[in-house]
Each structure stands twice: as C-alpha cells, then as structure tokens.
Design a protein around this ligand. Structure first.
Ligand SMILES: *Cc1c(COP(=O)(O)O)cnc(C)c1O
Length: 466
C-alpha cells in the first residue's frame, strides 16, 4: 500500500459524530437525521483526467474512488473489488455511449443484472461490505423497502454472500410482475422477499419503525442500503468521468438525468467539483416535479404523488437534494431549519443565495405523460431505438433545455424490457423484450406474504436470524 488519504465525513445537519469511509457505508443515515458528506471535495489532477480517455471503466472507477477511502482498504483490494463488481455486466464498456449524432448521445446504464442503473452501485456495495464483514468475522442483516428497482439490485448484489442476510419488503400486488420476478426468482439462502399487504409507504414505515428501535437494531446487527448511502453516490460518479473521456468537446456536454431521489444527478455535480469539465446538469422530472419548481421559484412544497409511466421517479421527497443545498451554503443551521419545516409543514422556500448557486450548475424541466409518449414514438420511428419511460423523461427535458451547440447526453437509467407492458403498448411492438425477461415468467418464485404489521415482520426476521 502506498500513500493513502483519509477522508472524513460529516453530517449535513452538523450534530452527528464524524466518521471514516467504512463506518459511513454501514451507518447510512446520520444520527441527527442528516446525510453524510465528505468534508471536502478531492480535485483530480487535470493530467490524470485527460488520461482517462485511454483507461477502462474499471480503471477510471479506481481513480475516482481512491480519495474517498482510507487505510481500511488496500489499493490491490480496491482494484479487485472493482473488477469483480463489474464482471456481471453484459457490455464490456460497462456504461456504453450510444451515439445518435454528433450532438446527442445516450449513456446506457442498464447493462447490469437487473436492468437499471442501481446495479452499478449495488454490485460494488455488496462486495465491499462483504470484504469488511468477512475481515472482521462479522455478519449483517440488511433491511430495505422497495417500490421497484433498488430491491432487485440489492438482491442480485447480495446473492450467495454469506456475511449478509437481506430482507426486502415490497407492497403485495402493487409492483409490476417483471419487477417482482427479478426479486423473487433468485434462489439464495440469504435472500428473503416479503410481500406486505399494504402500499409502499406502509413498507417504508415498517422499516423506519424497526430502525428507530435502537436496541433491536443493535442486537440484530441491522444495516441499510437505501438511496442516501454514500457509497451509492460515489459509485455513480465514475460514469460521468467515463462518458466525458469518450466525447470530444466535452466542455459542451449537458447531462440530462431522470431524477427522483437526486442520487444519480448529484454524482454528476460531484464529478464537476472533482475537476471534470462539462457545461451543465439538467434535472429531468415527470409530473412529480417538486425539484423543477424549486429551481424555478424556490418553492419546495410537497404535493400528492401522481402515478406516471415512469414509476421509479414518482416521488415527492427527494432525499439527496439536502446534500446539494448543504454544499451551496455549508450552513448546518440552515439545513436543520428547512428540513424541520419540510417535515412539519411539508414545505420550505429555498434561499435566493442557494438557488442562484444551484442554477449555475443545473437547469431543470418537466416532461408530461404526452411528451414522454411522443419522445418514445419519435425515437422508435426515427432512430429505431426503444427508450424506457424514465430515459424518455430525460430526453424530453434535455431537448427543451439544450441548443444546437450543446452536446446532449441523456442518462438511460433502465432497459425498456423492465417496463415492457408500458413500452410495448406505446410503440406497438415487443421485439425489445429480452430472453432473460421472458425466462423470468417460467421460473419459480420465492416470497413470503405478511400483513401490514410490524410484529409479523419482526417474527420473520427473528426466525431467520436466530
Ligand atoms: C432510481 C431510478 C431513477 C432515479 O434516480 P435517483 O438517483 O433516485 O434520482 C431514474 N430511473 C430509474 C429507472 C430508476 O430506477
């Protein structure tokens, strides 16, 4: 091992203790309710960034991750974990760019085992957690709720990993059959799918209640892998560096990102802080457009969630936005204030100072359901490309927020086959459905069905853990 930096992480709300990398990934949410952020952004040498054009995805990932880790992991171990994390991707480039023309690309993030970009982080997290747990002769019970893509990515990440049990709650009969089958057809001792007779909020509430019981949490070694986990953000930084290294004139790139919890696009902002040169990040939302409203007027008020064709971004509480607001002001008191207001009144108004800072880096737009359908049809007819509905949100908003001189790179966050019923109806064709998804229909499913009752869920956990 040569020289190693030692990144310190602190909470956006300023009241939790500072942690190193290993503790940050196992801790998840900070004890003061805030999110952990690095105490400063590491800037990569411009010569190193230039040399990325000759490096593989995995080599770039190594250089991006290194400044965020510490001496708890050696350089060789890190390289090995990265290598293993990306060997289950079906494309050698891991996140290939698909060129539409000189001014437009799709950055395909769906070549992992569960067809959505969540695999890029989850394949790494499961392995690095396993490394630490095995080294320390320890074991963890991971508990999560899913409305779609996070659950399957976690299940594939932790399949056959002996140091962890994984309990995933999903709302019974309320997710798409394809999403469910990605989770329930895995036959692995340590994976437990629980269908809860309730909705997604009920699942989420059960998890929150179980985690708020400190004693239960400690005695059962509970851990979380939800979207605010720092390692998930860190993993996603890589593909901004990767894609910019493959495009000439990268200073003109506008990245358009279909956005829900703000994890994916936050990684793009961090890449810029680390020295990557590009023009702007575009927040693409569907009709659940709290972030678009916030950037335009400062109005961050929670409305009811409407169901759209892009369910993974049907969201009103965008957790990782707190990390950006914190970075715009570095004022923990201000963050405590607005987050308190959000919780109590369902609204805050973003300060002019933070809003103008954020508008230097970001644009935003909203795609209506009609616009999403139009873009999907247009791409199918003009380019013979089948977009998933989330990617279509990204393309639609990106086109509205870019000009002919820009290079629009839309992050393609899911494979259309994961949303096959919606997509085939819109384009009246189903040749995009892969054998893997067809095979899911013939496989046996493993899941338990439980009532919306915390004691019943605890019983299931206790039986497995004891
Ligand atoms: C999770 C998800 C998103 C949103 O990503 P965030 O990091 O939550 O903003 C977009 N598209 C798909 C397909 C997803 O699964």
């Amino acid at each position: 091992m040569t020289e190693s930096s030692s990144m310190i992480y602190k909470s956006t709300r300023g009241k939790a203790r500072e942690l190193g990398f290993k503790d940050v990934i196992f801790e998840g949410l900070a004890s003061d309710g805030g999110l952990y952020v690095p105490s400063s952004w590491p800037v990569l040498d411009s010569k190193l960034i230039e040399s990325f054009s000759d490096m593989s995805y995995q080599e770039i990932a190594y250089h991006v991750f290194k400044p965020y880790l510490d001496e708890t992991i050696s350089e060789d171990t890190l390289k090995e974990i990265i290598h293993h994390s990306y060997k289950n991707f079906t494309n050698n480039e891991i996140t290939p760019l698909r060129k539409i023309n000189n001014n437009e690309y799709l950055l395909e993030l769906f070549h992992g085992p569960t067809y959505a970009f969540k695999d890029i982080a989850m394949q790494f997290i499961s392995r690095i957690m396993d490394y630490y747990l095995t080294r320390d002769n320890s074991h963890i019970n991971i508990l999560g709720a899913t409305s779609g893509d996070t659950g399957s990515a976690a299940i594939y990440g932790f399949e056959n990993i002996k140091s962890s049990n994984v309990f995933i709650l999903h709302p019974y009969n309320l997710i798409s059959p394809t999403q469910r089958k990605f989770m329930t057809t895995i036959n692995s001792e340590n994976i437990i799918n629980i269908a809860v007779k309730g909705n997604f909020d009920d699942c989420q509430n059960i998890i929150k209640e179980i985690f708020s019981d400190e004693e239960y949490k400690k005695s059962n070694n509970l851990g979380a892998i939800n979207s605010i986990n720092w390692a998930r953000i860190m993993c996603q930084i890589t593909y901004y560096f990767y894609s910019a290294s493959r495009i000439k004139d990268n200073e003109n790139i506008i990245y358009s990102v279909p956005t829900g919890n703000f994890g994916d696009i936050l990684a793009g902002y961090i890449s810029k802080k680390m020295g990557l040169k590009f023009k702007k990040l575009n927040i693409a939302t569907n009709e659940n457009n709290i972030l678009d409203r916030t950037l335009r007027s400062g109005d961050h008020s929670i409305k009811g969630v409407v169901s759209t064709t892009s369910p993974s971004i049907d969201i009103q509480i965008s957790s990782n936005f707190e990390r950006l607001v914190y970075d715009s002001c570095k004022d923990s008191k201000y963050i405590q204030e607005i987050m308190h207001s959000l919780k109590k009144e369902g609204v805050f108004n973003l300060s002019e100072k933070s809003r103008s800072y954020i508008n230097n880096y970001f644009s935003s737009d909203t795609a209506t359901e009609d616009e999403v359908k139009d873009i999907m049809l247009q791409y199918y007819v003009d380019h013979d490309i089948t977009l998933d509905p989330h990617t279509a949100v990204g393309v639609s908003c990106g086109k509205k927020q870019s000009t002919a001189n820009d290079i629009l790179v839309t992050l393609s966050t899911a494979h259309p086959a994961k949303f096959k019923d919606t997509v085939s109806k819109i384009i009246s064709n189903d040749s995009f459905i892969t054998d893997k998804v067809k095979n899911l229909d013939t496989m046996e499913e493993n899941m338990m069905i439980a009532n919306n009752n915390i004691e019943e869920i605890k019983d299931i956990i206790n039986k497995k853990v004891s």
